[in-house]
Design a protein around this ligand. Structure first.
Ligand code: ZN
Ligand code: FE
Length: 258
């Protein structure tokens, strides 16, 4: 029997996905904001939890840790350095290679400050786990860092291979696409994407994972060098510089009010 790797979404709260990475015996969980849905999925799939990946300190990403640690005392817990998340066994930093033993998967750590200062993403074998930094057709709010930091973090993710699958932490796709269609109305990719996402949500299916290549064609926050977006911003806000940081900052501000 082949024991290939799967990545299964575990819905939590109103719109979070906790990503379960597993073979037919062992599992790792990304950002367990809640323990109960993870425990139920483990028992449904008959899996043993061996480790946890954390992207940042927000409660909807780490809140389930205490219960999971009680239940699985030998958990390996990777997460950002610093005092904000108690219980991390293996703090990570930019460039670290980590192995999700005994799964056949290795990932590299990317520091992506902006949403929070401690935010990290995990990339490997064609998959990116990016928490609240990059969303399908959108990006996270800039809570702790500067817009410039967030823009650089998104640029770093945008440089990964276009075939990369994007496992973000929230089902925000439809709302993000409504905004994207408004600011980039002549982009055909967005019209098709919106129709597809609407049909997925009507059937209660996740719109994720996304694919980086499509993000590059449609996500306005990765397209800050496009003249069409500069033009849309000037129509809304008046004359403005066309440099990527200015465009990103204005787009993010507009989205916050949308
Ligand atoms: Zn967050
Ligand atoms: Fe979140």
């Amino acid at each position: 029997m082949s024991d290939s790797l799967s990545v299964t979404p575990v819905p939590a709260f109103a719109d979070n996905y906790l990503w379960l990475i597993h073979d037919s015996h062992h599992a790792w969980i990304v950002d367990p904001g809640e323990a109960q849905p993870v425990i139920e999925m483990l028992s449904k799939l008959q899996l043993v939890l061996v480790g946890v990946l954390l992207t940042h300190h927000h409660g909807d990403h780490v809140g389930g840790l205490p219960i999971l640690r009680d239940r699985f005392p030998h958990l390996v817990i990777y997460g950002p350095q610093g005092p904000l998340i108690p219980g991390i066994t293996n703090p990570v930093k930019e460039g670290d290679g980590i192995s999700l033993a005994p799964l056949n998967m290795t990932l590299t750590v990317l520091e992506v400050p902006g949403h929070t200062l401690d935010h990290v993403a995990y990339y490997g074998q064609g998959r990116l786990f990016c928490g609240d930094t990059l969303f399908a057709a959108g990006c996270g709010r800039v809570f702790e860092g500067t817009p410039e930091q967030m823009h650089h973090s998104l640029d770093k993710l945008a440089a990964l291979p276009p075939s990369t699958s994007i496992y973000c932490a929230h089902e925000y796709t439809l709302k993000n696409l409504e905004f994207a269609c408004m600011v980039d109305p002549d982009n055909d990719v967005l019209q098709r994407w919106h129709a597809e996402a609407q049909s997925q949500r009507t059937q209660h299916l996740p719109t994720l994972p996304s694919i980086l290549g499509r993000e590059l064609q449609g996500n306005p926050f990765l397209r800050v060098r496009e003249p069409a977006l500069h033009a849309a911003l000037e129509r809304r806000w008046g004359p403005m510089a066309a440099d990527p940081v200015t465009i990103f900052t204005a787009l993010r501000q507009w989205k916050n009010q949308f």
